[in-house]
Design a protein around this ligand. Sequence first.
Ligand code: SF4
Ligand code: SF4
Length: 436
Amino acid sequence: MKTEFSANQLADHEVSVSAGAIRKCVHCGFCNATCPTYVLLGDERDSPRGRIYLIKEMLEQEQQPTVEVVRHIDRCLSCLACATTCPSGVDYMHLIDHARHYVEARYRRPASQRWLRWVLAKTLPYPSRLRWALQLGHFVSPLATLMGRSRSLDSIATLLKLASANRPGRNVAVNSPATSIRRARVILQQGCAEPLLRPQFRSAAVRLLNRAGFDVEFAAGEGCCGALPHHMGRQQEALAMVRQNVDAWTRTIGDTPPAAIVITASGCGTSIKEYGFLLRDDPLYAQRAAQISTLAKDISEVLTPQALSPQRDVSAVRIAYHSACSLQHGQKIVSQPRRLLESLGFKVSVPAEAHLCCGSAGTYHILQPAIAAQLGQRKVQQLAALSPDIIATSNVGCAVQIGSLSATPVVHVAELLDWATGGPVPSALGMRYPQQ
Ligand code: SF4
Ligand code: SF4
């Protein structure tokens, strides 16, 4: 696509990355077929190609973002299915990130939206605040049924339902040594929402890694990976979190780098693998941030079938595997989780439309509840068509979204691997598979 950015504009690194992405687009429209919002809404402006045009106009002419442009940018899930499909290698991720950042800096949203986004940005990334918010939300959640007359009220109703369905759990991060022949040490990312919403994911990951021969350590001072404010365009808040984590992990790494910084929430994984890019122009942080990104690995990248020894016969257990967008599109990790599950005997199948997002997408299910609900229902129908005993995924957001709509229990891949190699039955399966 021809661009007309001036030399002055291109001197800005963010603009030059976006200009490069736009130039690569050849208008073919292949991406539209795999874009969840285009599939649902059928509007070119809600497709990747349409958004690229809108963003190009806005950035090139340094326009004030209009209500219409913001609407179509906001509806993007950042699922990156388009990036997987694109034959030209368009860097859509950095383009939409730039567009969100640009909008946030120049567009004044209605007061209700500003308030909601502020509450989300000041609550979700902070575990102690989120704990209080979930407890408070649980008590006022009956109000959710009275809401839903406007998009903002709909969003608040979604938030209250989330609080109602998810009482905060407790899970203390304690360093834990390998319980079999020691291979290496790893740092396990703590995250912000996962330990509260699904604390069992981390417990399973620690047991599993220890059993596979890894000493597991945690970094003092680590916080939210920054993805939540980053995807709302709140760049300075996101970068402050990124720097805090780079400092925390660098201190824990010391002189001997671990085998990996292991991540169980794939949404965080995509974000942490971006640290090197995000801080590339910061002379104090660029090198350390690049090291953190190199070390960041999803748990399915660290484990191998050889390191897992089956202790239970799970050959009758049918798993429907939901691949999180952040894993399959963001990190290009497609087969590893399935291969690990199959190596222990689980029967694994993949639903139709596996490339489509479940609608969770960070804060998207709260900010765009109508589209998120449609995508969630569609995903659950495709998963149910497989008649599975269990749905497995690798991201807490997907687990919460699909779990709220599905009668089939949803667990983390790590919980299943832990169970099959000698750990307890995942808590969501307790009634179906009594302790053996
Ligand atoms: S990131 Fe997802 S929702 Fe956004 S344009 Fe690409 S495919 Fe569509
Ligand atoms: S598939 Fe790639 S090149 Fe084709 S329209 Fe979409 S972004 Fe552009």
